[in-house]
Design a protein around this ligand. Structure first.
Ligand code: 3PY
Ligand code: MG
Length: 274
């Protein structure tokens, strides 16, 4: 007997689901930790995104997160910092099976994202292979053209206006609504979001645009009830929280149950240092 066998990558389940009317549910990595990525990937998510836009993750740590996610059986993905040719090329070469591209506001931005993520003659991605080539049957080039998921972020009022045209761009596999940036761009406060608000109306407008042109729509959600509700509404690419948020919430919830009032504590647990 030799070795434990190699994990082979077949189709990208994210892309498959999005094109077959199915949800693809995942979470976000913000802690820059491959161990955390490994734990998360084993939970059962379809995908896990390493957030390169809003976490201080380094490039090599990102690669180690991809490895851990792949080993756990979820699709390794990343949110790149910008719709930038070099970032996108390097992140795909590092083994991402799909990218979430922030701030895609119009058709030109969407075409640029697709072009960055596809090899010629469809796009301008330069051929350098990929870390995951050896896990794929056949050649990586063909696999990548068919399987890498292109997810554009709709997170401004302008992008909502242009949602139908953006989602009709050939090669866009889905969109992901960033509720926070959308709120800011609409000049709203958090209290002005939620059921019945213009913010919710904008979210639903994107969903309708996606249904009209047949492209999957998704959103970042902060609680499981919302994910369940959004699936019923027809959203597909859904993120629940992030590793940092899960850790913070659970730590706060457990910490708040401690009976520490009146118990003498060191500087770490009090404001006595300041
Ligand atoms: C936002 O809410 O703006 C996001 O980017 C969430 O991922
Ligand atoms: Mg955002």
């Amino acid at each position: 007997m030799r070795g434990i066998g190699k994990i082979k990558i077949d189709k990208n389940p994210v892309k498959y689901n999005l094109h077959h009317g199915l949800p693809a549910v995942g979470t976000w990595m913000s802690t820059c930790s491959p161990v955390s990525a490994e734990i998360m990937a084993n939970i059962g998510w379809d995908w896990v995104v390493v957030d390169v836009e809003h976490s201080p993750v380094g490039f090599e740590t990102m690669v180690n997160c991809f490895r851990a996610i792949q080993l756990g059986g979820a699709a390794p993905m990343a949110r790149v910092p910008w719709n930038d040719t070099i970032w996108i090329q390097r992140t795909l070469d590092a083994g991402a099976m799909g990218l979430v591209v922030p701030m895609v506001n119009n058709v030109e931005d969407a075409k640029h994202a697709v072009s960055n993520m596809k090899y010629a003659t469809v796009g301008q991605r330069s051929f350098g292979g990929s870390r995951i080539s050896s896990y794929i049957e056949g050649d990586y080039y063909t696999w990548a053209q068919e399987n890498i998921a292109v997810i554009v972020m709709i997170e401004t009022a302008e992008a909502v206006e242009n949602a139908e045209e953006i989602l009709a761009v050939e090669g866009v596999d889905g969109c992901f609504i960033g509720p926070n940036d959308l709120m800011l761009s609409m000049g709203l406060t958090r209290e002005q979001t939620g059921p019945g608000s213009p913010h919710e109306a904008a979210i639903m407008r994107v969903l309708e645009a996606g249904k009209k042109v047949g492209t999957a729509v998704g959103k970042h959600c902060w609680d499981p009830a919302e994910v369940n509700r959004r699936i019923e509404q027809g959203f597909q690419f859904l993120a629940l929280n992030s590793d940092a948020a899960f850790m913070t919430r659970e730590a706060r919830a457990q910490f708040s149950q401690l009976k520490l009032d009146g118990v003498p504590r060191g500087a770490g647990g009090s404001k006595s240092l300041y």
